[in-house]
Design a protein around this ligand. Structure first.
Ligand SMILES: Nc1ncnc2c1ncn2[C@@H]1O[C@H](COP(=O)(O)OP(=O)(O)OP(=O)(O)O)[C@@H](O)[C@H]1O
Length: 565
C-alpha cells in the first residue's frame, strides 16, 4: 500500500478505469494512456523513472527489485523467496552487473543452502518462448533466474506469453524484475513485461483456432467491451512497431499479438521429424538358409543407419554359450542350454510358445535376482556379464524393457531418467549433466515417441496405461542409448498407432554399432522392426533360427507348421 500512496489521484485516474482494489484477482485494468501524460509531459528520464517506479510495485504478482543502488541484505533475503526472477538488462555495463548479480545470488544460495536452485544464466541461444516454457515446467517450485538479456521485445514477450501455460503449475508467486539501470526505455520494457505477465496469470487470454495454429485473444473484462490490452500503456513508445490491441483491431495488423501464431505446445520447436519406419529396411539381412539351432551365428549384418560404422567386421556384442539357469527358489531348470551370438548392427527376434523361457532368458541376461545360472557363459563386449551386478550390466550398455514395467512411486520420470543417464555417464568417467541440459536432450526423444511431455513429470509408470508404460520403456532406452536393447514383448498392449510409434522410435535408435533383441509373439512388430534373425525358443533352448520369413511362416502356420528339426 505504500506504493499506492505514492501515486497521485490524477495519476491513478489517468491510469485506471477502475480502482486498483481487488487487483490480486483480476481487478487491475489499466487503460491506454500516453506516457507523456503520465509523466506530465516530461522527457527527463529520471522523472519518468521516478513516476513509473511505484507503478511497478502495484503490478501484482510482480515485484521490482531495483539494483541500480546495489545489493542489500534485504534484497538478498527477498531474492531467496522469489520463485521466478526475470533479469532484464541492456548493454555491456548492465550485462556485467547482471553477471555479478548472478554470482552473488549463487553465493547466497550456497550459503543459505537453497535447495534445487536452478540457473538459466544465458538464454541467448534458446530464449524462444517455446523452449523456455518447456524448461520452466520442470522447475516447479524451484528458484529460477531467467535472463532475457538483449532480447528483442517480441522474444521477451513470447517467453512471458508461453509462461501462461506453466504459471499455474509453477506456482509462481512472485515475478521479480530486476532493474539494473534507470533508463526509461528499459523501464518501459520491464513494466510492459510486468503488466503483461500479471495479466497472463490473471488468465485474461484465450486461444482460438485449431491446435496447429491457435491465436491468442485478449478477453475483455465483463461489461467492458472497450477494454484495451493493458500493456498499451507501457508500450506507447513501441506501439509503432508492436501494436497491442484487443481482438477487434487486431486483424488489420500482421504483428498484432492477438493475431500472431501461438504454439500449441512448447515442444513444437523441438519435435524432430517423424521417423520413417521403412528407413531401416536396408537392415534386412541378406537372405540365407535357416541356421540350425545351437549353431553360433556369425553372419555379417549390413551396416546401415545414422551412425558411422566402425572399421572392420562388426564386433560381437553378445555371446551366449550353453546358458543354463534355474529358478532360485525352487531350483526348477528353465534355460537348458541357450546359444546365441549377436553382432553390432543386428536385430534378433526371439519367438516361442508361452512358457518356453524367452523372458527368463532376457531376465538372466540382465541379472534378475530370481534366477541362478547353473552353466554356460555370457560375454558382453568381451566382458563376463555373469560376474557383473545388474547395475553394472546397465552401465556397460545393456538395456532391458520389461514385459511388465515397474512403477516407482515418488520418483518422477524425469528424475529417474536423469539419474540413470548420469549414472551411466559416471561409469564412463563423464561429468553429470545438469537438469536443464538433460531436459533439452530428453524432450526431442519424448516428442519423437509422440508422448505427452507431462509424462516426464509423473512418477515412473505410476498410473500409466499399458501402452504408456511401453512407450516409457522406449524413452528410457532412447535416453540411455544402450548397445544392446532387450525388448520383451514391447508390442503387448499397444494399439496400432502406438505400435508404430514405438517401432519407429526403436528403428530410429538402431545404428550399425548397436543391436536389439526383441521378444515377441507376433509378426506384426517385425513388419516394422525388421529382424536380421528370428529365433524360436522351446523348452529353454533356441531350437530354430531363420530370417524374417520364419516369423511370417509362424504367423501363417503356427508352431505346429514349423519343423523344429
Ligand atoms: N520366478 C519364477 N518362479 C517360478 N517359475 C518361473 C519363474 N520364472 C519363470 N518361471 C517359469 O519358467 C517358464 C518360462 O517362463 P518365461 O516367462 O520365461 O516364458 P516365456 O517364454 O517368456 O512365456 P510368455 O510367452 O508366456 O511370456 C514358465 O513355466 C514359468 O512359469
Amino acid at each position: 500500500m505504500d506504493s499506492l500512496r505514492s501515486i497521485t489521484p490524477d495519476l491513478l485516474a489517468a491510469l485506471t478505469e477502475e480502482s486498483f482494489v481487488g487487483r490480486h484477482r483480476g481487478g487491475l485494468t489499466l487503460k491506454r494512456v500516453k506516457t507523456s501524460k503520465l509523466c506530465g509531459g516530461s522527457q527527463d528520464e529520471s522523472t519518468i523513472d521516478r513516476i513509473l517506479r511505484p507503478l511497478r510495485a502495484l503490478i501484482d504478482p510482480v515485484t521490482v527489485l531495483d539494483m541500480s543502488e546495489g545489493m542489500t541484505r534485504e534484497k538478498l533475503r527477498m531474492l531467496k523467496r522469489i520463485m521466478l526472477l526475470v533479469v532484464s538488462s541492456f548493454g555491456p555495463r548492465e550485462r556485467a552487473c547482471h553477471c555479478g548479480l548472478l554470482d552473488r545470488r549463487r553465493q547466497f544460495a550456497q550459503r543459505s543452502r537453497v535447495r534445487k536452485l536452478q540457473y538459466i544464466a544465458e538464454l541467448e541461444r534458446n530464449a524462444e518462448g517455446l523452449e523456455l516454457s518447456a524448461q520452466l515446467q520442470f522447475l516447479d517450485q524451484q528458484n529460477l533466474i531467467l535472463s532475457l538479456e538483449n532480447k528483442a521485445l517480441k522474444q521477451r514477450l513470447d517467453c512471458l506469453f508461453s509462461m501462461r501455460h506453466w504459471a499455474k503449475r509453477l506456482r509462481v508467486f512472485k515475478l521479480c524484475i530486476i532493474v539494473n539501470n534507470s533508463s526509461s526505455s528499459s523501464s518501459h520494457l520491464l513494466l510492459t513485461d510486468a503488466v503483461y505477465y500479471a495479466h497472463l496469470t490473471m488468465k485474461r487470454f484465450t486461444t482460438e483456432g485449431d491446435n496447429k495454429s491457435p491465436t491468442i485473444k485478449a478477453l475483455p473484462p465483463k461489461g467492458n467491451p472497450n477494454w484495451q490490452f493493458p500493456s498499451a500503456m507501457a508500450l506507447l513508445t513501441y506501439s509503432s512497431t508492436i501494436p497491442f490491441s484487443s481482438s477487434s483491431s487486431s486483424s488489420s495488423s500482421s504483428t498484432s499479438l492477438s493475431s500472431r501464431r501461438f504454439p500449441a505446445t512448447p515442444f513444437r520447436a523441438h519435435v524432430s521429424e517423424p521417423l520413417d519406419p521403412w528407413r531401416f529396411r536396408s537392415r534386412l539381412p541378406r537372405p540365407h538358409a535357416p541356421v540350425r539351432a545351437k549353431a553360433t551365428l556369425t553372419v555379417d549384418s549390413p551396416a546401415t543407419g545414422d551412425a558411422s560404422p566402425r572399421n572392420g567386421p562388426p564386433r560381437v556384442l553378445l555371446e551366449v554359450k550353453d546358458l543354463k539357469a534355474v529358478v532360485k527358489e525352487s531350483g526348477q531348470e528353465i534355460l537348458r542350454g541357450v546359444n546365441l551370438t549377436i553382432h553390432e548392427g543386428e536385430v534378433h527376434a526371439i519367438m516361442g510358445k508361452n512358457g518356453s523361457g524367452k523372458s527368463t532368458f532376457s531376465k538372466v541376461l540382465v541379472g534378475h535376482q530370481d534366477y541362478d545360472v547353473t552353466g554356460g557363459s555370457v560375454l558382453f563386449k568381451d566382458q563376463n556379464l555373469l560376474e557383473m551386478e545388474p547395475e553394472e550390466r546397465s552401465h556397460v550398455g545393456l538395456f532391458m524393457s520389461f514385459q511388465t514395467p515397474v512403477e516407482i512411486p515418488g520418483v518422477s520420470n524425469f528424475d529417474f531418467l536423469l539419474m540413470a543417464f548420469n549414472a551411466r555417464r559416471k561409469n564412463h568417467g563423464l561429468p553429470p549433466v545438469e537438469p536443464l541440459e538433460f531436459y533439452s536432450l530428453v524432450t526431442p526423444k519424448v516428442a519423437s515417441l509422440n508422448m505427452n511431455p507431462k509424462f516426464l513429470d509423473r512418477n515412473v509408470n505410476e498410473g500409466f496405461s499399458g501402452g504408456e508404460k511401453k512407450r516409457n520403456e522406449i524413452l528410457q532406452l532412447a535416453v540411455l542409448e544402450a548397445d544392446l536393447a532387450i525388448l520383451d514383448e514391447i508390442d503387448s498392449g499397444l494399439d496400432v498407432d502406438a505400435l508404430q510409434d514405438v517401432a519407429k522410435a526403436v528403428n530410429g535408435l538402431l545404428t550399425p554399432n548397436n543391436s536389439a533383441l526383441i521378444i515377441t509373439h507376433y509378426q506384426r512388430l517385425l513388419e516394422y522392426i525388421i529382424p536380421s534373425y528370428v529365433h524360436i525358443m522351446e523348452d529353454g533352448m533356441i531350437v530354430k533360427t531363420g530370417d524374417v520369413s520364419l516369423a511370417e511362416q509362424l504367423e501363417r502356420e503356427g508352431y505346429r507348421g514349423i519343423s523344429m528339426s
